[in-house]
Design a protein around this ligand. Structure first.
Ligand SMILES: Nc1ncnc2c1ncn2[C@@H]1O[C@H](COP(=O)(O)OP(=O)(O)OP(=O)(O)O)[C@@H](O)[C@H]1O
Ligand SMILES: [Mg+2]
Length: 374
């Protein structure tokens, strides 16, 4: 049975006419780790705050364990929440910061002490209990904030960009800590971020939203490999998927093994997908790792090979991203092994992995049609 159910939730802020959340439906299961991701202003925090009871729900139903909780006071929802700009009490030491919610709840002394020490142990904070927040690193302060949220043992944990104040390296460490804590305490977790790395590593289920509308709900693999539309396709993945536009000219080649595409910008490619009609205009997308750019240009010109001129090379370790132009099409990105280093201005041969090309409708919704041979 789903633990949290959102049925057609809508939010219109006071004084406004347009909803910022129009129709949000979602099931969250017991112990699941759900990540809300989307651009700034898409409505992630708004939904989280409706679940926490900090914002009223304009219409729709919110249920916990099948019980409607729309009008239940936040205090009575048994929820713990960690915010981006979490506040620790600067004059209290770590122990007292963690203990604070228990003191408010008038928890008995021995039980309070046990719970604080257990939580500190879980969060790797046992050796810092006497320190003041000012004498901790950013990552440690973050862990104190999380400890303060989970110390009451709530079944539901909501986190709104809890790591965004940390530098890149600490974020990666803190991300691991959060995954570990979830494994240990098993609370149902909703985690808001705009960092897709965090979403991909932490989530059982990702909910990608844009302008208050759910674009796709699925596992990290589903969103990456089968994006529901062009927005999802380009949002998930870094650098983002290369996107081209073209019209299927209806020419079958290679004994109908593929369809031929003539692109306005000078690239030829071929593929087969039974859902595309002659004369149909569409988008097609190829991820950087699905373009092979290891060869130096030779003068063959197959349908799925073309040449490009390198404009930028980004070293990221074992692999690099090279940016290149093909004719008038600018800034296509391919992933290469760093040892296959390319020079700026060099002409290279590129081969698209045809089985990994995604096709999308050329209309407002830009829905995914499928992949080659799908
Ligand atoms: N109290 C409010 N009154 C009116 N409009 C609001 C209020 N809070 C948020 N909004 C608007 O609602 C929309 C969604 O905001 P929300 O904070 O949920 O976005 P978000 O996805 O969390 O963005 P970010 O990633 O920047 O935190 C935005 O357009 C925002 O301006
Ligand atoms: Mg927000």
């Amino acid at each position: 049975m789903p633990e949290i159910t959102l049925e057609h939730l809508q939010k219109i802020y006071p004084g406004q006419t347009k909803p910022v959340i129009s129709d949000y439906s979602l099931d969250i299961h017991d112990k699941e780790f759900v990540v809300f991701i989307g651009p700034s202003g898409s409505g992630k925090s708004t939904v989280l705050r409706m679940i926490a009871g900090l914002h009223s729900i304009s219409s729709g139903t919110l249920k916990f364990d099948n019980r409607v909780v729309n009008d239940v006071h936040p205090k009575d929802r048994d929820i713990a929440m960690v915010f981006q700009d979490y506040a620790l009490y600067p004059h209290l030491n770590v122990y007292e910061n963690i203990a604070f919610p228990l003191r408010i709840a008038k928890v008995e002394a021995q039980q309070l002490d046990d719970r604080v020490r257990q939580t500190a142990e879980l969060m790797g904070l046992s050796e810092f209990l006497d320190r003041k927040p000012a004498d901790l690193s950013g990552g440690q302060r973050q862990r104190v904030a999380i400890a303060g949220a989970i110390v009451r043992g709530s079944k539901i944990l909501l986190m709104d960009e809890p790591l965004s104040n940390l530098d890149a390296k600490l974020r990666v460490q803190a991300r691991k800590d959060i995954a570990d804590i979830h494994k240990k305490i098993g609370s149902t977790t909703i985690y808001v971020t705009h960092d897709q790395g965090e979403a991909m590593t932490l989530a059982d289920k990702i909910v990608l939203i844009n302008f208050g509308d759910i674009q796709q709900i699925g596992s990290p693999e589903e969103l990456y490999n089968k994006p529901a539309n062009l927005f999802v396709a380009t949002f998930m993945g870094s650098p983002e998927m290369n996107v081209f536009e073209g019209i299927f000219d209806g020419t079958f080649i290679d004994n109908q093994k593929g369809l031929k595409f003539k692109l306005p910008k000078g690239i030829l490619t071929r593929f087969k997908n039974n859902n595309i009609k002659k004369g149909e205009q569409l988008y097609f997308g190829v991820r950087p790792e699905d373009i092979d750019a290891s060869a130096i240009a030779i003068q063959t010109y197959d349908d799925d090979k073309f040449t490009g001129i390198v404009t930028l090379s980004e070293l990221i370790g074992e692999s690099s991203f090279i940016h290149f132009d093909v004719g008038n099409t600018k800034d296509i990105v391919a992933k290469i092994r760093t040892e296959d280093k390319k020079q700026i201005g060099q002409e290279i041969e590129l081969t698209i992995n045809m089985s990994k090309v995604h096709f999308f409708k050329h209309d407002k919704k830009q829905k995914r049609i499928g992949q080659t041979n799908e």
